[in-house]
Ligand binder design. Structure first.
Ligand code: SAH
Length: 391
């Protein structure tokens, strides 16, 4: 192996010895000026002993570790890692008659830091968060073809939003092409997925199990689904015979996606769409809802925004708790990685105190199994939620 090496300060090897997959720029003492963004490097301790191999980038996270054993990062490496990831999802039963939407690769959770791959009924959408992964995209595509065989109909790369601007990345098909929107199925409900014009890779797959749980509680109920995007929660509620569903999003484009999904499932009759700011709308509700879903975008992306985010979650939840009908349920979520589940729970408790009502926690929710958390990288835990009953 003739990879360049970076050396890290004495003491800074500890986290790598515990298999944490990131090396921060401050930990490195060797000169890295001759190393290019995306290059594969060997990480060594201050005595020159091997610690790991990974992708280098001139950024706060300087190295994302691909292996803690000496190995070449080549086609064989990606074939094995992608196949492991695919097999896990197949073992979880995520490709079936009733479901063909799942995440194939969840970055550090699949020992491939910087790489997200989502699967929509045969179409794979790749999103790279590191330059090294972006430069490996042909190896990744070949590995997907090898592992999925005829289950794969196309591969699209969508990384221009997630890579630094200095990289001229192109969003494009890498294998075959697929007309969008593309029909896919989550828990027996059809969805039209558009990765080209939609947010992220086109759909929020991480709420699949929580949407199914909402379905379980929805029979005969009046449901308000705020921050609905393409209507995932609304459709699962309607599929389980909710009495009526109101879906709200501030984006007209999102509401159009919701309506298209309602139409293909013949659910439009029991449904009303609302284009509005959720925080404003929640101040005074016009309907007596049995169930309210609160699934806002990440209010805090960085630690320094955490305090403000907490105030936002508290206000939003206090509005819902104050107005929901007695015995009603609130499905409340946060996908801010910097707000952990304990802080989130305490925020909901504070909202209940502010609203002056008794609240019980019925369910504690989290990201699904196809978004695994690497045990040595606790930062991978980001989605948390509660189902609360307001007495
Ligand atoms: N619950 C969705 C995913 C939510 S993504 C699902 O299951 O697929 C967050 C959504 O919140 C986006 O669609 C975005 O347009 C919307 N949004 C962001 N700010 C908002 C606001 N202030 N009021 C209402 N919707 C908002």
């Amino acid at each position: 192996m003739n990879y360049k090496s970076v050396q890290i300060r004495k003491g800074k090897e500890q986290s790598l010895l515990r298999k944490h997959p990131w090396v921060f720029s401050g930990a490195i003492f060797s000169d890295v000026s001759n190393i290019k963004d995306g290059e594969i490097v060997i990480v060594e301790d201050f005595k020159g002993r091997f610690l790991a191999v990974g992708h280098f980038q001139h950024a706060t996270i300087s190295v994302r570790v691909l292996s803690f054993e000496e190995c070449k990062i080549d086609q064989t490496f990606f074939d094995k890692a992608i196949n492991n990831a695919v097999q896990l999802r197949l073992n979880l039963g995520l490709l079936s008659e009733s479901n063909n939407v799942f995440r194939i690769c969840h970055g550090e959770g699949d020992n491939l830091p910087g790489l997200i791959i989502d699967f929509y009924n045969g179409a794979a959408v790749i999103q790279c968060h590191s330059i090294g992964m972006y430069e490996s995209i042909d190896l990744i595509t070949t590995a997907l073809k090898g592992s999925l065989g005829n289950k794969l109909i196309s591969v699209y790369s969508k990384s221009s939003d997630t890579l630094p601007e200095r990289i001229l990345s192109k969003d494009e098909y890498l294998f075959s092409s697929c007309e969008t929107p593309h029909l896919a199925k989550e828990n027996n409900v059809d969805y039209q997925i558009d990765w080209i014009n939609g947010q992220k890779t086109g759909f929020f797959i991480d709420q699949r199990e929580n949407r199914a749980l909402l379905g379980k509680y929805s029979f005969g109920k009046k449901v308000l689904n705020t921050f609905c995007y393409s209507g995932g929660f609304s459709l699962q509620a309607l599929n389980q015979h909710a009495k009526l569903v109101h879906s709200l999003d501030s984006s007209k484009k999102a509401i159009d996606l919701t309506e298209a999904n309602l139409a293909i499932n013949n659910f439009s009759g029991q449904h009303t769409s609302i284009v509005a700011d959720a925080m404003e709308y929640m101040k005074e509700l016009k309907e007596d809802y049995d169930i309210i879903v609160l699934d806002p975008p990440a209010f805090a992306k960085h630690r320094d925004k955490r305090h403000k985010a907490i105030q936002g979650y508290k206000r939003l939840n206090a509005h819902a708790i104050r107005q929901i009908k007695s015995g009603g349920l609130i499905f409340t979520f946060s996908c801010s990685q910097v707000v952990d589940k304990y802080l989130f729970t305490n925020t909901i408790i504070a909202a209940a105190i502010e609203a002056g009502r008794n609240v019980r926690i019925l369910e504690q929710l989290h990201q699904p199994a196809d978004h695994p958390i690497n045990a040595f990288h606790p930062e991978g835990e980001y989605l948390k939620g509660l189902v609360i009953q307001v007495d």
